[in-house]
Design a protein around this ligand. Structure first.
Ligand code: GDP
Length: 471
């Protein structure tokens, strides 16, 4: 093109951005949580229920009939993978529904809403467009923030300490001691990194949450690269230049600079509103240690929302902050609704420290329990003269298909959440006096028959808290 072309294009771009920021506000909504917390199901269900309205009565703009249309649009960030909404929805809405593939990396989707303004303005102004940019990213990546102010030696010490509790961890710790002074050897490096990754996966499967570096579990496109090929090592005093210790230390620093920093700079720092999804029931099922580990991990994750505590982050954010944070316990449909307040209380207790701190930093916070997609119905069963509040659904077979229908009594959650979090319980392998069990249900075929209730639990409340005030 000519210079004139370039100039006019330049001007168009400028007006585009101006128009967008002045007249079409956008809200960047972060959705995070540890792997299997329910991010993919949450986003898919949120979008489906926004596109096809009538099932979100607690979203005020919808109840007031001010949500005119909702539609998907190309997202603003060209280099971020698009959230694969259509495939996920297709998995959930076939006659034999299956759970969609879980989040592996960051993705994004823009949902645009045409909204009629409230009250007086309604007569004067036409409908407005509000863009909701939904950013899905693994909570594991937030844990990496904790690496930014640690040296390789400090991080190694911490992880080697934790490893003792993990399946296979002790054996690996044995292997790692003494190798640091050896000469760097790529085959050995690869073997140690693979063994460390395997132990991290086993720890996760066992209910342990803090398994850093986050990308070892969810590597994305960096799989196999040197920044992901290291492991913690016991301190080596004055390591030789070509030693394994020196090289692992260098890779650890490269991981911080080339993996962690860009994520926080390019994505995290731009989030306005955030939901943190937590599979609290899963941890309760796994036992006291897993609950305590989850509590600590949440506290670590949530330091990301308290930038004052982290020099790297406060420099990056320069005063910008997340305005609202919602902590949501997922899969509440595993419990009869009479147990939901207890689940919410547990969620509140798990995040209390973090919420106090976030509030201090100016963000508004709330805790609730929800089910993005209900897989069960409620049923009261009389068992030996006692009424048991059960949930009923199709059990999930090991291969992901639907198994037989079962009514299920998960036991009672403790009335006092402190009971789950008491220090005395942390050493115990099992809960002493709760027989709490969890099951996996297959997704139910969507039935929107009247009287069966909405296909979600409190998704609309979550939406109201997260962006209802901007509609
Ligand atoms: P992600 O790793 O955070 O993206 O987690 P997913 O959204 O893939 O959810 C992980 C698994 O949790 C799913 O495969 C389901 O088995 C289960 N799950 C998620 N949301 C719900 C829900 O609302 N109800 C029930 N019953 N199960 C759910």
């Amino acid at each position: 093109g000519t210079i004139a072309d370039t100039l006019t294009r330049g001007v168009e771009n400028v007006t585009d951005t101006l128009t967008e920021s002045f007249f079409e506000p956008s809200i960047r909504l972060g959705v995070t949580g540890l792997s299997r917390a329910g991010k993919t199901v949450f986003i898919t269900s949120l979008i489906a229920n926004m596109l096809d309205r009538g099932r979100m009565p607690q979203l005020v703009a919808e109840r007031e009939g001010r949500l005119l249309t909702a539609f998907l649009q190309p997202q603003p960030d060209d280099t971020v993978p698009r959230f694969d909404y259509e495939s996920h929805l297709a998995a959930l809405t076939t006659p034999e529904p299956v759970w969609p593939d879980s989040t592996r990396a960051i993705s994004e989707l823009r949902l645009s809403l045409r909204v009629r303004p409230v009250g007086l303005l309604a007569g004067l102004q036409g409908p407005r467009t509000v863009h909701l940019d939904i950013i899905d990213y693994p909570g594991e990546w937030l844990l990496d923030l904790g690496l930014m102010d640690k040296s390789f030696a400090q991080w190694s010490e911490q992880m080697l300490g934790r490893m003792g509790h993990w399946p296979g961890g002790e054996a690996l710790a044995g292997q790692l001691s003494g190798v640091g002074a050896q000469e760097m050897d790529e085959v050995l490096a690869k073997r140690l990194a693979a063994a460390y990754t395997e132990v991290l996966h086993a720890a996760r499967a066992d209910g342990f949450s803090d398994c850093s570096p986050g990308r070892f579990l969810l590597p994305g496109e960096m799989e196999g690269s040197p920044v992901l090929t290291f492991a913690p090592l016991p301190l080596v005093e004055q390591p030789a230049r070509k030693s394994l210790y020196r090289e692992f230390e260098r890779r650890f620093e490269a991981y911080k600079a080339k993996v962690v920093r860009p994520f926080f700079r390019d994505h995290f720092s731009r989030i306005d509103r955030q939901i943190v999804l937590v599979d609290a029931l899963g941890a309760i099922h796994a036992g006291p240690r897993a609950v305590e580990d989850l509590r600590q991990t949440l506290a670590d994750i949530l330091t990301a929302f308290r930038p004052g505590g982290n020099a790297f982050l406060s420099q990056l954010l320069r005063g910008k902050r997340v305005e609202k944070i919602l902590f949501a316990a997922t899969k509440a449909d595993h419990l009869h609704h009479t147990q939901h307040p207890r689940l919410t209380a547990i969620m509140e207790a798990l995040t209390r420290d973090a919420r106090d701190r976030a509030r201090f930093a100016g963000a508004e916070t709330q805790a609730l329990s929800l089910a993005a997609l209900r897989a069960t119905t409620e049923q009261v069963i009389n068992h030996g003269g006692r009424d048991l509040a059960c949930v009923r659904g199709a059990l999930l077979n090991a291969d992901g298909t639907r198994g037989k229908q079962a009514a299920f009594y998960p036991g009672e959650l403790p009335e006092d959440p402190g009971h789950l979090l008491a220090p005395a319980r942390q050493g115990a392998e099992k809960w002493l006096d709760t027989d709490y069990k969890v099951m996996r249900f297959a997704p139910a075929p969507l039935s929107l028959k009247p009287g069966e209730g909405p296909p979600h639990i409190r998704l609309d409340r979550a939406a109201q808290f997260l962006f209802g005030d901007r509609l």
